[in-house]
Design a protein. Structure first.
Length: 172
């Protein structure tokens, strides 16, 4: 659990903290800190022909690999608002969330400093087809379900199984 990795001092009072990778406490002020998964949202977007929208990551982790549009929630942000915001930031197009696809746990980054992530995935419908890659996306591309990139070209371990499950569920 990388969330608390490297913590030695309490951010509230600067006293030395005690505990382990899952829970730290401050004997001076009584503050308690828990390692927790960061919430993120993602959109599985299909066009009228059944093609799937993927975004090429511009930055690490996994720069150059294909991802589904999405990102981390801001503090206090409703997940569906975050999904709309992330789609607009990454594609330049407004979107409307659809059916909930599922929850997928993974990590963001590599090694002992990788953070646990709780990925919430929805179907989404774009309100326009004039896509413009932006934010942390270098390219947007539609893929036919039978022509998706191989697993090793997909960012993050949860994406390939999520895409397969969603496509199998969506198939006529």
């Amino acid at each position: 659990m990388a969330t608390l990795s490297g913590w030695a001092f309490c951010p509230r009072c600067a006293a030395r903290v005690e505990g382990d990778a899952a829970r730290l406490s401050c004997p001076s002020c009584g503050a308690v800190y828990y390692a927790e998964s960061a919430p993120a949202v993602s959109a599985l977007v299909a066009d009228a022909q059944g093609n799937v929208l993927l975004a090429r990551r511009a930055f690490d982790p996994d720069a150059g690999l294909w991802d589904v549009p999405g990102g981390f929630l801001e503090e206090g942000e409703h997940p569906l608002d975050a999904l709309r915001r992330e789609l607009l930031e990454e594609t330049g197009v407004s979107a409307e969330p659809g059916a909930f696809v599922g929850v997928f746990v993974d990590t963001y980054g590599d090694g002992p400093e990788a953070n646990a992530v709780l990925n919430l995935a929805w179907e989404a419908r774009l309100e326009d087809d004039a896509l413009t890659p932006a934010d942390d996306v270098s390219e947007l591309r539609w893929f036919a379900p039978e022509a998706l990139p191989p697993d090793e070209e997909l960012a993050f371990g949860w994406i390939a199984p999520a895409l397969r499950a969603w496509l199998a569920r969506s198939a006529p």
